[in-house]
Design a protein around this ligand. Structure first.
Ligand SMILES: [Ca+2]
Length: 425
């Protein structure tokens, strides 16, 4: 689960997190604040969505430690603006496409079985795997128990949240405790992101409890060690919680008819109009033109119900999206994430990038290009930059210094054009 998911979720859940006494994120929690918070949670186990005794909570939570990386990540996520064209360039770059195809070749039998059982295309499952953890077992090294309890303390529930399961941050921590209590995870490998997402497809504990399934037939759902379990759990999530419709594309790229373009042309604002959903044929009759998809898995539902989605308004790529867009959105509440998964899946299946360019003269970098830029920054004396292909804060800081050193206006972003300009001798 990418970090932004949590922020989005917190914002979406603003009323239930109208925490009167939420601590400031400016300072780490003091040890006594954390332990007093955990003691407070122990008194609330009757508010848990699933049974949890106070004794079990206290026994397991006694091993937890405050994790300040949670607070730091919340601050970073809240602060740094990002662009569609940068994120999609990195998350659907050639390396990730090739690795996804290699997995389809290596584990085609397993994926075909899961696709048949759950009715979710294998490319979608593999794309989620690729974006969540870059096709690996690890999605972070923070103990999930520590992360979820820290989060529950940094974002405490309001006093009014007394009903069982009524507060997400508390429920997530309780679910982490239950997974350890029930030995559904091993303490030594129960590690993940600052938001508590773990395993190959990055489930948070409360989601794991609801949808994790066994995919390899050993009777245990182990999304850390078993690819088949992680894939089946993802497919189960998309089907059970999202209602995936087999044969419908996530998106159809379109050209908006002239007469309607003005209503979408404003300041780069996103437009998503689920309430306008109707048959594709009705949009086409109104002048919406479907652009060639250029390869990929053909849709088998000829006339799905779709609605407009323009990520940055016009000019920019425009789409009619199906209910499967909403399905992936239920997996991760980020429109950008949905399009990353859908585009990567399309490319893994042999498809091309969107036909319409993004409204920028400086397109985003692949991870290989980011690594190249980072190596160059290192050579320029920015020793703190690591060539990991991830455009993080330290890399942005170094880019800004290079802009200034060349007498250019300070900027913290580099695309194809600025990278070439910067790296000129
Ligand atoms: Ca298993």
């Amino acid at each position: 689960m990418p970090f932004r998911r949590l922020i989005t979720t917190l914002l979406a859940c603003a009323p239930c997190l109208a925490f009167a006494q939420a601590p400031s994120l400016d300072e780490p929690l003091a040890p006594e604040q954390f332990s007093s918070c955990v003691q407070g949670l122990a008194q609330q186990t009757d508010r848990s969505g699933r049974p949890l005794s106070r004794a079990d909570f206290e026994r397991i939570a006694a091993n937890a430690r405050y994790e300040d990386r949670v607070r730091q990540s919340m601050l970073v996520q809240a602060g740094e603006p990002t662009f569609w064209w940068d994120e999609l360039a990195a998350t659907t770059d050639d390396d990730r496409v090739q690795q996804g195809r290699a997995i389809l070749a290596r584990a085609g039998d397993v994926l075909a079985r899961i696709e048949a059982q759950y009715g979710v295309p294998r490319e979608i499952i593999v794309a989620i795997y690729g974006i969540e953890t870059n096709y690996g077992p690890a999605g972070g090294r923070i103990p999930v128990l520590d992360a979820t309890l820290t989060l529950a303390c940094l974002r405490p529930c309001p006093e009014s949240a007394t009903a069982p399961g009524s507060c997400m941050s508390r429920e997530r921590a309780f679910a982490a405790v239950r997974l350890l209590r029930d030995q559904r995870v091993r303490p030594e490998t129960f590690q993940g992101s600052w938001a508590g997402a773990f395993g190959r497809t990055q489930f948070v504990p409360d989601t794991f409890e609801l949808v994790a399934v066994d995919g390899d037939g050993d009777g245990i759902a182990d999304i850390v060690n078993s690819e088949a379990d992680a894939w089946a759990s993802t497919a189960n999530h998309l089907r059970q919680r999202g209602g995936w419709r087999l044969g419908e594309p996530v998106y159809i790229e379109v050209e908006v008819p002239q007469a309607q373009r003005a209503s979408f042309a404003a300041k780069g604002d996103s437009h998503r109009l689920p309430s306008a959903a109707r048959k594709l044929s009705e949009w086409v009759a109104e002048g919406w033109r479907v652009l060639p998809a250029e390869g990929g898995r053909p849709a088998t539902v000829a006339d799905p119900e779709v609605y407009p989605f323009l990520p940055v308004g016009l000019p920019g790529p425009a789409f009619l999206v199906s209910r499967n867009f909403d399905t992936v959105l239920r997996y991760n509440r980020s429109e950008r994430y949905v399009m990353e998964v859908a585009l990567l899946a399309h490319k893994i299946a042999g498809g091309r990038d969107f036909a319409t360019p993004w409204p920028t003269d400086d397109p985003g970098l692949t991870r290989a290009q980011v690594r190249e830029l980072q190596q160059w920054l290192q050579q320029r004396g920015h020793a703190q930059v690591t060539p990991d292909g991830v455009m993080g804060r330290l890399t942005r800081d170094a880019i800004e210094k290079e802009f200034v050193a060349r007498g250019l206006p300070p900027g913290r972003r580099a695309g194809q054009r600025t990278m070439r300009e910067l790296m000129q001798p």
